[in-house]
Design a protein around this ligand. Sequence first.
Ligand code: SF4
Length: 739
Amino acid sequence: MHLILAKSSGFCFGVDHAVTAAYLCLSDSARKMPTYMLGAITHNESVVSDLLSKGMVLADRVDDILPQSTVLIRAHGISPDIREELISKGCDVIDCTCPYVEKIHRIVRHADRDGKQIIITGAKGHPEVAGICGECRGDVCVISSEEELNGIRFDQKDSILVSQTTFSSEEFEKIRENIKNKIANDQIFDTICSTTVNRQREAHELAAASDYMFVIGSKGSSNTMKLYEICKSHCAKTYLIGDASDLADILTGINLASENVTVGITAGASTPESIIREVIRTMSENEAMANQEPMDINFGDYIDSIPQLRKNATVKGAITSADNEYVYVDVHDKSEGRIPRHEFANDPDFDLDTAIAEHLEIEVYVRSVRNSDMGKEILLSKAHVDFGKYKTQIEDAYENKTPVTVKVTNVVKDGVIATFGGVDIYIHRTQLEMAAVDDLDSYKGKTIQILITQYDPDKRRLRVSGSRRSLLNTQRRAKAEEVWGTIQVGARYDGIVRSLTDFGAFVDIGGVDGLVHVSELSWNRIRHPSEVVSVGQTISVFVKDFDPEKKRISLGYKKPEDDPYHDIEERFPIGSIVHGKVVRMFQFGAFVELEPGLDALCHVSQISNVRLNKPDDVLKEGMEVDARVLEVNNTARRISISIKEVEPIDPETPAEVVEAAPVEVPAEVPAEVIEEAPVAVPAEVPAEVPAKVPAEVPAEVPAEVPAEVPAKVPAEVIEEAPVEIAVQAVEETPAVTQE
Ligand code: SF4
């Protein structure tokens, strides 16, 4: 059997980054709990179940995610709406969207903003495609084959074509050829990931040259299924397997050992290396059992089960034990190799106890092989392998300006040291947040995303610096651009309160701050915005006005339906009796709170049946009163009420009141008082007015009696009043005197 493993097999950059971030995240004690993956982080069941067993939770929908938790976004990415939902839930979002996918989001977002029609080649229900479609408010169309193009009407200027990253490159080429004359050439974006293209090309070539072809991966993985289709079309004997356990049935039906056959193997982007190795090992053992002859196997970069223990080689081995100085590794040699124990201290995420218990297999670098009297001494290094592996990834992240997830391990004088798989990265205190950070210690143990801002491999010692601030700035600028491109009056946003001043609250609506003026925060009178909102709070706001040139946005927060004066005409009809509490008093009247934030005015003349100088002659703040509604107006937001029409409140010191109000006559005047009143009636008194006020004045004051007239004045008060008072009063109250 001639066994050939395709070079591009197993985890791609994007999936590897997401899976590494998931394990880093689980070991981060400072993260918000619980930690979710929104959709399986990879299509490989064994990786997903391992993460679940270590405490990660799988959520298929945002609704399944608890607020204030940590959420890991897989390489497929998500739509902007879902991201907003997570942020408004207060979740810490660890975004592992593959940079290739992010690029498609950007292209589509801008095209959609320009009103262009979007055509995506891909699978309709695929999460990556769904996330990209989420960028479109306008026309979007997903096609998976050339035939489906017939159903699309094109506009040369206004259409663009992009592709799902894992779409078949062959099919995309066919579609591109077909579509070339229908839309402008520079509007066709070949966004198929290069990893995918290489993988598919190699699979094609390998399948064409093989007698049997094995594709390792999950049926749920789009790129695995594409590989399978490609291989099948070039090699009829192509098998799709999930792992080595699927081989048993297949290998009983074919005889690889007895034929001089070539067997090709490829694997999808979500297939871990351990599964590929296991498949190869099973095949090899199967052949060895059937045929005792040595195998002709090309294991590529993956097979090192018979390691070449030469100095400077990198081989694989299983961790078996440890003492105070060394960790021992079985490298399939007569002697075990050993790694200085301090190398493991550089990798805070490595759990040595578990590694020993599970005989974890790792890659190691052979520093030296020495034969001594004690036997063979093999000195290994794990740090050397890690450093080389992650150094390349860091260099890649630096050149492509893609974020990396790092863990803060140390606090130094002016910043922190974070690690990315053993590579130390310096982050200055000014580069941790948008504002300067004082408490550096709180970052220790935290997992954060940063951009690599300095990568200097030329110095004797590799120097790497990072900045979270640059990343936040980049994200903020992109969001701001989006907000300014779509903003309109009335648009609603979920924003985060960034700062408070006496005149209002500044709210971040996604990369841009708008101002909610203090008067727009509440329907009630407030002295300071902090009475309603607090810094860091997420609130729903709407755009009242904006000026793109001055970059100013005025926001509203209070809602019409919360206005306490909403529909007051219906709720407090004229004539109805209301109950409330006196909250403020002025010379002209008292304000009575009927509901929180809803005050009615009781004019000073509507409090008592006697004339008052001011409301606090009889009222006190906090006093509860009943009153009748006299006037109500939705537009003017005003209610006038009368206390005296329900239960007048008269002063307890009437003498003072009368002195202050000498011109009024009480509505009810006791007969004996009237009889003692005017001796001489002035000439101006009309003829029909009797010289004497009748002995019995009606108990009820007629409507025409001025409001100021006290309802009842005791006899002794009247006795002290001058004679003329009564006469004048009679003139002013003709209805009474007429009787
Ligand atoms: S296949 Fe390509 S686009 Fe998809 S996650 Fe991997 S590297 Fe990213």
